[in-house]
Each structure stands twice: as C-alpha cells, then as structure tokens.
Design a binder for this molecule. Structure first.
Ligand SMILES: Nc1nc2c(c(=O)[nH]1)N[C@@H](CN(C=O)c1ccc(C(=O)N[C@@H](CCC(=O)O)C(=O)O)cc1)CN2
Ligand SMILES: NCC(=O)N[C@@H]1O[C@H](COP(=O)([O-])[O-])[C@@H](O)[C@H]1O
Length: 260
C-alpha cells in the first residue's frame, strides 16, 4: 500500500497555529509534530470556546479500544467536545468490525481501526502475533499518551503490554476491585445478590496489567442493589456511573501521566 504523503507542515514547526476542528471547534497551539496520517501534536494548546472563554488543554492525545455499543466511548467523545476532558481522541480501535462504537467514532470525525484476531488465526498466526501487531500499530502510528479500554473484550498478553512501559493503559470494569474479575461481571454480581452474598456492587477504572482486572485502581464507585431491581435496572445504574467514572478516571490518569 502506498505510504501516505507527509503533509508539508515543516515551515510551521514551533509556530503557533489555529486549527478549525469538527464541531466548529477552534484550537490554537504550537506545532511540535505531525505524521503522514495528519496526527498533529500541539503544545500549550488552547481551545477557544468563545471570544472571552478559553480552555487550556496542554499537550495530550488519547486512543480508545472498544468491542461493543460504545456508550462509554460516547461519554468520552462528549466530554472531549465539551472540554470536560482536556484531551483529544485520535483514533478508536475495535476487535469487532460490527461494533456500533465505530459508527459513533466516525460520526464524531474520529479515525477508526479494526483488528481481527480471526484474520490472524485464519493465516495460521497466533494470538500473541495478533497482540504484537495491534500494540506495534498503536504505539508506532499513534504514540498515545493514554489508551482507554472501554468494553474491549480481549485479554491482552504480556507481549502487548511490553510495548507500553509507561503502563498508560486504563480499563473500565463494571465491578469493584477483586469482586467479579473478567467477563459478565454485572450478571455475576446480580446472581450473587440474589443468593444473599453481596448487598452492593460497583464500577472501577484501573491500570491494565497482565493479571486481568487486578491493576492499580484509579477510581472506584460502589453501587447499591435494591431488592426490587431487575438485572436491567442494575445494568442501567451501572452504565450511568460508568459514563461518569470513565471520564473522571481518564482525566485523573492523564494528569498523573503528563506530570511524570
Ligand atoms: N491483560 C489484561 N487484559 C485486559 C484487561 C486486564 O485487566 N488485563 N481488562 C480487560 C477488560 N475485561 C474486564 O474488564 C475483560 C475483557 C474480556 C475478557 C474475556 O474473557 N475475553 C475473552 C473473549 C471474550 C469475548 O470475546 O466475548 C478472551 O479475551 O479470550 C475478560 C475480561 C481487557 N483486557
Ligand atoms: N470486563 C470488561 C467489561 O465487562 N466491560 C464492560 O463492557 C461494557 C461496554 O459497554 P459500551 O460498549 O456501551 O461502552 C461496559 O459495561 C464495560 O464496563
């Protein structure tokens, strides 16, 4: 495939630019870097909300990985567009080409990538080959400050994690630390409540390590379960809290990462 031509921006390097983004957003900043995919790195970036209101963003970029409907991705998109989350989503990746979250990203003018484990296996390659390709693509083509796993239903290997020595990967999990690690956590919590084993569940965002859902907790929030709650009621309560904690957790982690 022909390599994308590098845009002629050399003469603007280290100069303050004003960029007009989608959604009629205006951002100024000092050009520090760019690549053939038009990923632009601006330093001391400032979003001009209005003539009198400015939002200092700093120099951050983020990348989101999804598998499903992407309601948490939408929460991140909305938060970056409102300025609540001082960051820019530069690309959304999914391991499922039918994930509705890819449509949400495209509608927001965000680049999307799909990574198919099945394609690798059909070529006789391994799951680790797939993980290495995915990690190498993310790191070399996008160089994100933060990767957010927002319902990304793929357990990443130590080989994947080795590409990110800063451990700048955050996962959203619909359970409290050490309670219901892994998939189907909400259903398992509901079942445990019905059996009288727990009185509440919760949501957390945590750093991603090889041991699934056992990374350092960034934020956690308990969610009470009422006896009249159906599973759907509990899922609704959990998703509402998720949409808040994923934004607050991303900002908290970014602030930590960018001051290291
Ligand atoms: N190494 C890690 N990888 C991932 C973590 C993590 O903490 N460490 N968090 C998960 C997200 N997650 C729970 O929060 C999770 C996702 C998926 C699974 C799982 O069993 N996946 C199966 C496939 C299931 C499916 O396709 O429906 C698998 O990967 O074989 C467990 C937990 C993200 N990755
Ligand atoms: N173990 C990981 C896990 O269960 N993640 C869960 O997938 C859902 C994705 O929803 P979304 O696609 O609407 O954002 C969310 O509930 C998230 O906590």
């Amino acid at each position: 495939m022909a390599k994308a031509p590098t845009p002629e921006l050399r003469r603007y390097m280290d100069k303050r630019l004003m960029l007009q983004l989608n959604g009629n957003r205006k951002v100024t900043g000092v050009l520090r870097g760019y690549d053939p995919f038009m990923n632009i790195v601006l330093d001391d970036a400032v979003e001009e909300i209005s003539a009198s209101e400015k939002n200092h963003i700093g120099m951050v970029v983020i990348r989101v990985l999804i598998s499903g409907s992407g309601s948490n991705l939408q929460a991140l998109i909305d938060a970056t567009q409102s300025g609540q989350l001082r960051a820019k989503i530069i690309v959304v990746g999914s391991n499922r080409k039918a994930a509705y979250g890819l449509e949400r990203a495209a509608k927001a003018g965000i680049e999307t990538r799909t990574f198919s484990l099945k394609q690798f296996k059909d070529q006789g390659k391994t799951r680790v080959d797939f993980d290495i390709y995915m990690a190498k693509t993310i790191q070399e083509e996008y160089k994100p400050d933060l990767i957010v796993l927002a319902g990304f239903m793929h357990i990443v290997s130590p080989e994947f994690l080795s590409f990110f020595p800063r451990q700048n990967i955050m996962n959203l999990h619909p359970a409290l630390p050490g309670q219901f690690d892994g998939a189907h956590a909400i259903e398992r919590a509901y079942e445990a409540y019905q059996q009288g084993k727990i009185e509440h569940t919760g949501v957390m965002v945590h750093k991603v390590i090889a041991d699934v859902d056992r990374g350092q907790v960034i934020l956690e929030r308990p969610i009470p379960i009422e006896k009249e709650d159906t599973l759907n009621d509990l899922e609704t309560k959990i998703h509402r809290v998720e949409h808040e904690i994923i934004v607050e957790g991303a900002q908290k982690f970014l602030d930590e990462l960018t001051t290291q």
